[in-house]
Design a protein around this ligand. Structure first.
Ligand SMILES: [Zn+2]
Length: 334
């Protein structure tokens, strides 16, 4: 792996000229050269504030790559600092349309990594060292897996004051607060006391233009927060903080038919969908167990017992009356 070490050197990039280059990643089997795109836009000699955008840490979550591409090809003016984008971090999974690395590890369980560990751990180490030597704030783009659609939402640790101040200015109103200890990039960045915002939106192996729009606006809203772009963005909206999320799973297998909508507040007892036998007879209905919001939904019809059907965000009892009427921010229109 030593010969494969790649390095991001922001100083190689000219000030005022956004550029995408290819950098060398660890080769396939010590033989096949692997390159991955890297975008750097230095507005000023001073690198800070530096925003780092990563996508495809899960190789099949390609909507993040599309968000990154849209940013990389859009002509916008950065007034200070640096924007670094790595659109295909797990390029191995990306090549194979898979979430995982070639050693079957989940890269987002390997951070911050260790150069004496497994391939996943070493690769995580290289990525982590490269991006954290410059980055002041990190945006990691994800989606649901194949067959699971997530509405645009943020996952972050609101206990970090820097995160709290960013959240006020971002374009996504749904914020799931969590303090995971799971080897994710977000956790490793949190440990450095730097802010990391995870965007979840869309479905694995698919590119959705609406999700792309939400993702691009999110990055721009964070650039605006750091006074790096001057666009007077209409980003700031009320935020709905979710403290707990839960998967509702199929009690039995069959044909799944959803009766619900993304991003809607639903009350305890409301029917979210149904499962039918192969004969067409109703097998079971799926009901909301507590008041909450539909954050994600299974988008495939053939269901096995235990399959995840709805990802719901649980809302507090006091907040639901206020939110019920207008909580449908997710707009399918472009
Ligand atoms: Zn992911």
């Amino acid at each position: 792996m030593n010969k494969d070490i790649y390095e991001i050197n922001v100083n190689d990039f000219e000030v005022g000229k956004p550029k995408t280059e290819y950098v060398i990643f660890p080769s396939f089997y010590g033989m096949q050269r692997v390159r991955a795109p890297l975008y750097v836009y230095r507005a000023t000699k001073e690198i800070s504030p530096c925003v780092v955008v990563t996508a495809c840490i899960h190789g099949d979550e390609i909507n993040g790559m599309r968000i990154a591409q849209a940013l990389m090809t859009e002509k916008f003016k950065l007034s200070q600092g640096t924007l670094i984008i790595l659109p295909m971090v797990n390029i191995y999974g990306f090549f194979n349309k898979l979430r995982y690395l070639p050693d079957r590890k989940d890269l987002n369980r390997c951070f911050p990594g260790n150069m004496k560990g497994s391939f996943g751990s070493r690769f995580a180490h290289f990525i982590f060292q490269n991006i954290t030597k410059y980055g002041d704030v990190f945006i990691d783009l994800h989606s649901g897996g194949p067959g699971r659609f997530n509405i645009p939402q943020i996952r972050c640790d609101l206990e970090l004051s820097e995160v709290n101040s960013i959240i006020e200015d971002i374009s996504i109103p749904l914020v799931a607060n969590s303090t995971l200890r799971d080897g994710s990039l977000r956790e490793a960045i949190n440990d450095l006391k730097k802010p990391c915002i995870v965007f979840e939106g869309g479905e694995g192996l698919r590119v959705d233009p609406v999700i792309t729009k939400y993702g691009v606006n999110l990055v721009k809203s964070i650039l605006a927060h750091y006074d790096m772009i001057s666009e007077a963005a209409e980003f700031n909206e009320d935020k709905f903080i979710i403290h707990k999320t839960k998967w509702i799973r199929a009690k039995q297998g069959g044909i799944f038919l959803s009766k619900s909508q993304y991003g809607k507040v639903v009350r305890k007892g409301e029917v979210l969908g149904e499962i039918r036998h192969m004969t067409g007879e109703l097998a079971t209905t799926i009901k909301m167990e507590k008041d909450g919001v539909i954050l994600g939904m299974c988008s495939t019809a053939l269901i096995m017992s235990g399959d995840a059907l709805f990802n719901v965000g649980i809302l507090g009892d006091t907040s639901i009356d206020d939110e019920e009427e207008f909580f449908d921010y997710f707009d399918f229109e472009m």
